[in-house]
Design a protein around this ligand. Structure first.
Ligand code: ZN
Length: 373
């Protein structure tokens, strides 16, 4: 199988709903808007016994611990030659997006690196906290003051390591569990177990949160559930597509446009077919893509009689026909248009998200019914 190759648009874009950018060790760090909401919430509620400066230091210290945790993952994945596309800070922690999926052996060490960073930080903070008093003073820890900032952060880092080591997706512990299970079970089955554990954990956490009135935890439970469900769906998709070439799911009955077509031609084709995106051809060669959004913009600004040239996009996603469909899944999940499936520089057909979900559904219902050659 040939790995998918792509033009510029294939460099995956930033996660939706996230903004801001800072680069640490060459890794872009972005904040998800829900993370900002949580920060604001923490700063507005309960300043406790601390001065506002102390409280801001505490919240910043925790956020920094989460960031260092993620950078731990990035550093180890780089040792395996896996680039980190970005780190996005969410309320239940950071999420590192890797350029490729780690193999089980690699995943084990990448997952362990995050909690390990928090444990190292906890040890350092322990020594900082015990410089003033020889014994770590935990009395009055529930009443946080500026004096016990190091102790608070020590406890915070222990909690971060502990929570992340829970053997359930999407926590690091879930990845460790999957990597260990993958040693003697098929990988999809290992993922299913870790994802099921994740959902059970989310439900127990939500129940506990509701019963004890800790409503912030409901928020965390929600994210855990979402993460576990996403992992399970991704694993199912992989199991239905692994080893199958992209050509098996390709839409071959497509309508191209030529470079001298007008906007009106494209509008008519959009109405008479079910196609949203069109390959733009010059003879046998693909020269660009006319997306549905691009067509709407051009129709509004240039009018129906203009040539499509003004709306043709030169950056488009291409996939080799014999690439592994499982590798194309994450690419298609982020793509906003169809992908062009190529063989020897010639367009074989289009891979659209609709066609791909149809393919997955058919494979799921009748595994052998779909011709996968
Ligand atoms: Zn982690």
């Amino acid at each position: 199988m040939v790995p998918p190759t792509t033009t510029q648009t294939l460099t995956p874009g930033p996660a939706s709903g996230s903004f801001g950018m800072l680069r640490v060790l060459g890794v872009p760090i972005r904040l998800h808007f829900t993370f900002i909401v949580l920060l604001a919430f923490l700063l507005v509620t309960g300043l406790g016994g601390r001065s506002s400066i102390g409280y801001i230091l505490y919240v910043s210290g925790l956020a920094l611990s989460v960031l260092l945790h993620e950078l731990g993952h990035s550093w180890v994945s780089r040792q395996y030659g896996i680039r980190t596309i970005e780190i996005v800070m969410f309320p239940i922690g950071g999420v590192s997006r890797l350029a490729r999926r780690a193999k089980p052996g690699e995943e084990l060490w990448i997952a362990l690196a995050g909690p390990a960073v928090n444990l190292v930080l906890a040890v350092i903070l322990y020594f900082v906290a015990t410089t003033r008093t020889p014994i770590l003073n935990l009395s009055g820890i529930d009443r946080a003051t500026d004096d016990n900032l190091a102790t608070q952060l020590f406890i915070g880092n222990l909690a971060l390591a502990g929570f992340n080591l829970l053997p359930a997706f999407p926590m690091d512990g879930g990845r460790i569990l999957r990597a260990v299970l993958a040693g003697f079970k098929p990988e999809t089955e290992a993922t299913k177990i870790a994802a099921l554990a994740g959902r059970m954990l989310a439900i127990s956490l939500a129940l506990y949160a509701l019963l004890s009135g800790q409503y912030l935890l409901v928020f965390a439970a929600f994210f855990v559930y979402l993460g576990a469900a996403q992992e399970a769906a991704a694993a199912l998709g992989r199991s239905l597509t692994a080893g199958i070439p992209v050509r098996a799911a390709v839409l071959t009955g497509y309508h191209p446009l030529t470079h001298d077509s007008t906007i009106r031609d494209a509008v008519n084709l959009t109405l008479s077919t079910s196609q949203h995106d069109f390959p733009v051809m010059h003879g046998p060669q693909v020269v660009g893509l006319l997306s549905h959004q691009g067509l709407l913009r051009a129709l509004a600004s240039e009018g129906a009689d203009a040539y499509i040239g003004c709306a043709v996009e030169r950056d488009f996603v291409t996939l080799p026909a014999d690439a592994d469909l499982a590798e194309a899944l994450p690419i298609m999940a982020r793509a906003t248009t169809c992908a062009f499936v190529m063989e020897n520089d010639h367009l074989v057909g289009l891979l659209t998200t609709q066609n791909l979900s149809e393919f997955l559904m058919l494979r799921r219902v009748g595994l052998d019914a779909v011709d996968v050659r």
